[in-house]
Write a protein that binds this ligand. Structure first.
Ligand SMILES: [Zn+2]
Ligand SMILES: [Zn+2]
Length: 236
């Protein structure tokens, strides 16, 4: 008897238990076209509307007052969707229900954003989980999202350039901006390999952006030349 490969096994499972949309339960795919069409994009239509450095809705200009007055460590923050509806359900399924097949699907949606193709990173760094959390989940969802982006930009995924050294509380427990900044301060460590590199951080969701800014600060302190970030979704 032939032992099925993992891909072969996935195809057999697909026949027995066809994929259902994580938002509306329609059969056929994990995220159906109807739900995807209903997802809100966070990009300016022609004349902008979102700050290029923090993805805040400015209603027009591509740089908000806060970022103009005190530039954040991120040169760019690209948020593809609003964290809501089908996208929220998809992120939840990817992170907590072990539906890792959503990783490449969502990563491809991110790499379809025309703003991303203009970035020229030397290395792509998924925002790291603490080793203990990655072990219990079995994977880092940000690393799954990063792969299609790395293929598009022809840059390596370099997960070893940044580590999360402190196992902090999940961000949902502290929503206040000041508490979140304190919560993430000093929790990452960058490798000397980041020196002079342009780094693109990838993550699933940004709430206030404090985790991404802390990653960027850590990378810049270790000598990175520039840090940009792309997230699938941002809470607004
Ligand atoms: Zn659907
Ligand atoms: Zn801003």
């Amino acid at each position: 008897m032939r032992i099925p490969t993992q891909a072969g096994l996935a195809r057999v499972l697909e026949l027995v238990f066809p994929s259902k949309c994580v938002h509306c339960d329609a059969e056929g795919s994990l995220l159906c076209g109807v739900c995807l069409n209903g997802a809100a994009f966070l990009k300016g239509s022609g004349n902008g509307g979102f700050c290029r450095r923090c993805a805040r809705n400015t209603g027009g200009p591509d740089l908000c007052h806060a970022c103009a007055e005190s530039p954040p460590p991120l040169s760019r923050l690209i948020a593809v969707y609003q964290f809501d509806g089908a996208i929220r359900d998809a992120v939840h399924a990817l992170k907590y229900n072990d539906i890792r097949a959503l990783g490449p699907i969502l990563g491809r949606l991110m790499s379809d954003d025309p703003r991303i193709v203009r970035l020229v990173p030397d290395a792509i760094v998924p925002v790291p989980l603490h080793a203990r959390r990655e072990r219990s989940r079995g994977y880092n969802q940000a690393a799954l999202l990063a792969r299609p982006i790395a293929e598009l930009l022809e840059a390596p995924v370099a997960g070893d350039l940044l580590r999360r050294t402190v196992h902090n509380q999940p961000q949902v427990e502290s929503r206040a901006e000041s508490a979140r900044s304190r919560n993430v301060s000093g929790i990452f460590k960058a490798s000397p390999g980041v020196r002079d590199k342009r780094i693109l951080l990838v993550d699933d969701v940004a709430t206030t952006g404090s985790t991404l800014r802390e990653c960027a600060r850590t990378l810049l302190k270790a000598g990175a030349r520039r840090v940009d970030a792309v997230v699938l979704a941002k809470e607004i």
